[in-house]
Design a binder for this molecule. Structure first.
Ligand code: SAM
Length: 279
């Protein structure tokens, strides 16, 4: 059957290269090129930017990115078995796909990218959250990327976009929403992947703000939210006791009821508290 890009269908590619999925590498492949093109489109106009893709695997999303006109794609894949397939895709798109065989937690991708950069990936579940936290906490802000369009297990996606007083609200929501706009753009059932995982997945699109939504010292804000959500059902006056003897007065000064619980407090109030504590 003809494909969008004239390359062989992914099922055929996987069979020909004997790419049996490895669980320990979080390999759940997307084989529908219409779907991968749709994910690429959800990241906006790619003709004006470089794309960093982590974990291209057999190249389903990579092909979606290239079909949708990405200026250049840098793909970092740990599994050496995928290299020949990815080389075939690179040959079909001269000068537009660079592949690095390595661990995304170790490779210095920045040296291979030209701004503006967008990160788009169907992340391996075992390193997905760690990569997201790294991308959200660089030494300097704004970061090297303009946006992140990332597939996660649906529950992780919900933790990123969660609002106060909801089940998934916590540190990840605060971290992501402090310096980004974050929304879920697509939810996919297990059957969209081969092999099918146990749970639904979702694509989150995060656009970085040039500066934090509310001023706060990053280290102080982190300390407060770590303590507060460590005991999320306790009243803040007791979960934050470790911040010092003045915490009750500081909560009041930040406009927070000392008897409130972490899950009820907005990002704006947490930032206010961080300013009071730092001041
Ligand atoms: N992008 C492909 C797709 O959408 O079909 C594959 C996605 S699969 C969920 C995750 C991919 O990440 C696998 O190809 C896996 O080998 C790769 N991977 C796992 N750990 C990695 C790491 N630390 N660095 C780079 N790639 C990794």
């Amino acid at each position: 059957m003809a494909t969008l890009d004239g390359l062989p269908p992914l099922r055929e590619v996987i069979r020909a290269h004997d790419l049996v999925a490895k669980k320990q590498l979080g390999q759940n492949f997307l084989l529908d090129l219409n779907l991968t093109a749709k994910i690429a489109r959800s990241a906006g106009d790619l003709s004006i930017c470089d794309v960093l893709e982590v974990g291209p695997g057999p190249g389903g999303l990579t092909r979606g990115l290239l079909v949708e006109g990405a200026r250049r794609v840098l793909a970092v894949e740990k599994d050496p078995r995928c290299m020949p397939v990815l080389a075939e895709i690179a040959a079909a798109y001269p000068g537009r796909l660079e592949v690095i065989n390595g661990d995304a937690l170790e490779v210095d991708a920045l040296a291979h990218l030209t701004a503006p950069v967008r990160v788009i990936a169907n992340l391996p579940y075992n390193v997905g959250t760690e990569l997201l936290i790294r991308w959200l906490t660089p030494k300097v802000w704004p970061p090297f990327w303009d946006s992140l369009t990332l597939m996660f297990q649906k529950e992780v996606a919900e933790r990123i976009v969660a609002k106060p007083r909801t089940e998934h609200y916590g540190r990840l929501a605060l971290l992501a929403q402090w310096r980004c706009d974050a929304k879920i753009v697509l939810v996919l059932p297990p059957e969209a992947f081969t092999p099918a995982p146990k749970v639904h997945s979702a694509v989150v699109h995060l656009t970085r703000l040039m500066q934090p939504r509310y001023p706060a010292d990053e280290a102080v804000l982190n300390r407060i939210t770590a303590m507060a959500f460590n005991q999320r059902r306790k009243m803040l006056r007791s979960s934050l006791k470790g911040m010092g003897p003045d915490i009750e007065a500081q909560l009041v000064a930040a406009g927070i009821e000392p008897t409130a619980r972490a899950e009820e407090i907005s990002l704006e109030r947490f930032c206010a508290l961080a300013r009071v504590v730092a001041g």
